[in-house]
Write a protein that binds this ligand. Structure first.
Ligand SMILES: Cc1ncc(COP(=O)(O)O)c(C=O)c1O
Length: 371
């Protein structure tokens, strides 16, 4: 039996009877841009994310870029971000005119290390981008006091973490609700995935929400009148229709991912060569990825490939070592925890439709490699 890393066809089969009529309805009305489904989706995603405003846009990348643009960064302004994340986290800092300043991660959660963040703050620091990697939230309780003390913007990169929760002062807080802005991605492989690109910005701030709504429409609230230079970054109505249907299943899907993660972690517990992902006790993880640390990672990857078992390395190169950021002057050794993660992480298939039989095949294949 082969097991894909992700099986979107299985998900499609389970929801197509609900999605197809929703798409048909958009097609019959022909309102492909800013149809009523956009406002409905914004309201519903904002509600589940505890945010006052949801502003849909064209991608998770734009959901980071537009709040960064709203900061009006000057040349030399610095934005702190983890070195271990998807490229968009830092590419958008560059593209909004800022300078990315990379910090190392907490090796247990793979999220940014608040002590490293504090050490990286300078008089030029304008903001922090906190990534909730693989589906568990960063230590927001330790980042929020820094943001207040140094008067910084805080953008949550919640692209992988829709609906993830963290207990702060005894209350559940949701990914995207705590920052000045939060960014969600609806890339098809995400826990809430569209049938194409899509994203959403979240904020509690009325003035920011108004600016973000303009920035996604070329910087104007009224057609052909532009207060600032924005861009075209709307979510298609068709995508909103897909997402509105899928959103009904999201919390069950996240619970199913957690169950599968628990099964893997039980199977690998105590194994000398395999370190299952740690969940911070304050967090409820949504397991966008199930990511092990292992010995002989590349050999294990080849072994899984030979058996037809999907797997991936997120991420093989830290952002501080990317050629496009060479001018920033980082070297091998600058971010030891990130570099260790680059060499040892391996993500296994995890999705709600993954069957017990499939999971057993994955578990046995991993165990066999180390026998
Ligand atoms: C951590 C992180 N940030 C940002 C993005 C960008 O999202 P998108 O692919 O929707 O532009 C992604 C997803 O690919 C991501 O995983």
């Amino acid at each position: 039996m082969t097991v894909p890393l992700l099986d979107l066809v299985a998900q499609y089969q389970s929801i197509k009877d609900a999605v197809m009529p929703a798409l048909q309805s958009v097609i019959e009305r022909q309102q492909f841009i800013m149809g009523p489904e956009i406002g409905q989706l914004e309201a519903e995603v904002a509600r589940v994310s505890h945010a006052k405003h949801g502003i849909a846009c064209a991608s998770g990348t734009d959901a980071l870029l537009l709040p960064l643009k709203a900061l009006r960064l000057e040349p030399g302004d610095e934005v702190i971000a983890p070195a271990f994340t998807f490229f968009a986290t830092a590419g958008t800092i560059h593209n909004s005119g800022g300078t990315p300043v990379f910090v190392d991660i907490d090796p247990s959660t793979f999220n940014l290390d608040p002590a490293a963040v504090e050490a990286a703050i300078t008089p030029r620091t304008r903001a922090i981008v906190a990534v909730h990697l693989y589906g568990q939230m960063a230590a927001m309780d330790r980042l929020l006091p820094l943001v207040r003390r140094y008067n910084l913007g805080l953008i949550e990169d919640a692209a992988q973490a829709i609906g993830a929760r963290r207990r702060l002062d005894g209350e559940w807080r949701v990914a995207g609700e705590l920052g000045w802005a939060g960014a969600l991605s609806f890339f098809p492989s995400k826990n809430l995935g569209a049938w194409g690109d899509g994203g959403m910005m979240l904020t509690q701030d009325d003035a920011l929400a108004e600016r973000l709504r303009k920035l996604r429409l070329h910087g104007g609230a009224k057609q052909y009148h532009h207060e600032e230079v924005g861009t075209n970054s709307r979510l298609d109505t068709l995508q909103a229709a897909v997402l509105l249907v899928k959103l009904r299943y999201l919390s069950d899907w996240s619970a199913a991912r957690r169950e599968r993660a628990a099964r893997y972690s039980q199977a690998f517990a105590g194994h000398a060569d395999i370190c299952p992902p740690a969940v911070d006790p304050a967090n409820e993880h949504i397991f966008h990825q199930y990511t092990l640390r292992v010995t002989r990672r590349d050999e294990l990857a080849a072994h899984l490939k030979a058996r037809g078992i999907g797997h991936a390395v997120y991420y093989p190169v830290g952002l501080h070592l990317q050629p496009c950021f060479a001018h920033l002057g980082y070297r091998h050794g600058s971010m030891p925890k990130t570099e260790e993660a680059m060499a040892t992480v391996l993500s296994l298939p995890i999705y709600p439709e993954l069957t017990v039989a499939q999971q057993n095949v994955v578990i046995e294949a991993v165990r066999d490699f180390y026998r």
